[in-house]
Design a protein around this ligand. Structure first.
Ligand SMILES: [Zn+2]
Ligand SMILES: [Zn+2]
Length: 328
């Protein structure tokens, strides 16, 4: 015992230094307010209102270098955020300087229209997508027939403003100009149509954004099961800060009219499967952000009520609002 005390007295400087480093590491792992990511929704709905379609700016807290996950509505969402003082600069500066690139989950217009329409005003940046998704942009939109080809591939001439970066399964890719990385997982969005989930990471923390998806049972697929298996360890370790996932239709929507989308009941079924892998109590701490509702006005409130009713486990459901910052 005496020897231990003598050691501590002799080396108190070193011990103090170690303690200081330990504390510093603790501070660095999490920002002082405990948040790891900030998200500015530029559009949150799944149709009808063309000024509010899926698009989410995501950055680590403390950084203004964002990646934009999907780009259904871009400019109007930025205008709303600027008007509510989420950004200090002009809408033009946000588009050109703060958005460093786009992650595109799939090629449906409600996820890419904002990107296409704003391309003449935009700055040079990357479009990150699975090859099948990039092919839709390349072969259907940036063709000089649907729109001028602002990209670096496809129909000539190339205006070279956007560069495609092809994502591969199980390959982590750095998001240029940001402090984040992305890992892509293919999703099933109707028969043989591919959508994408993006696991966006910064240091040891991550956030999951899913593009449109059906439930495995309906899609006759195991894409969600594979995704849940891959992300469960991050939930167990409390590194996954939020899950963005769609709920497009009411429970009463007939199966054959789901078109690769989820209902409150199907969402809860899938979350239950994830909970079996991650532990229910762990998953209940993760905010589940409900995207892509195809319901408006009174119907939107009814869909929210249905989600509440079906949420028997008490998952933490969050409803994003256009231009209103979310911290995770
Ligand atoms: Zn959609
Ligand atoms: Zn879609």
């Amino acid at each position: 015992m005496y020897a231990v005390v003598q050691f501590m007295v002799k080396n108190s400087g070193i011990l103090l230094f170690c303690f200081f480093i330990f504390c510093l590491a603790g501070v660095q792992a999490q920002s002082p307010n405990g948040h790891s990511f900030k998200v500015v929704p530029l559009g949150v709905k799944g149709g009808l209102d063309e000024s509010n379609l899926s698009s989410y700016m995501i950055a680590p807290t403390g950084s203004d270098d964002f990646i934009c996950a999907d780009a259904g509505t871009v400019r109007h969402g930025i205008d709303v955020a600027v008007a509510s003082k989420v950004f200090k600069g002009s809408a033009d500066a946000v588009l050109k300087e703060n958005i460093k690139g786009y992650l595109i989950s799939h090629g449906h217009l409600d996820h890419v229209a904002g990107l296409i329409m704003n391309s003449p005003e935009d700055s040079k940046k990357n479009i990150y997508a699975l090859p099948s998704v990039a092919a839709v942009l390349k072969d259907k939109y940036f063709t000089w027939q649907a729109w001028a080809n602002f990209t670096n591939e496809g129909d000539l001439p190339h205006l070279d403003k956007y560069s495609y970066v092809y994502l591969k399964e199980k390959e982590k890719v750095a998001l240029a100009g940001t402090q984040m990385q992305v890992l892509a997982f293919p999703l099933s969005h109707g028969p043989s149509y591919e959508s994408t989930a993006f696991l966006i990471s910064h240091e040891s923390d991550c956030l999951l954004y899913l593009g449109d998806t059906g439930a495995d049972q309906i899609e006759k697929s195991d894409r969600l099961q594979q995704l849940w298996t891959a992300i469960a360890p991050f939930i167990k370790d409390h590194q996954l800060k939020a899950i963005f996932i769609e709920t497009s239709f009411f429970d009463k929507q007939p199966e054959k009219l789901l078109f690769g989308h989820l209902t409150p009941h199907l969402l809860m079924q899938e979350l239950q499967k994830l909970a079996e892998l991650s532990g229910l109590d762990n998953l209940k701490q993760v905010p589940i952000v409900i995207t892509h509702m195809k319901a408006f006005g009174a119907a939107e409130q009814e869909l929210v009520s249905e989600l509440k009713k079906d949420n028997q486990q008490g998952f933490k459901l969050v409803y994003p609002v256009q231009g209103k910052i979310l911290l995770f």
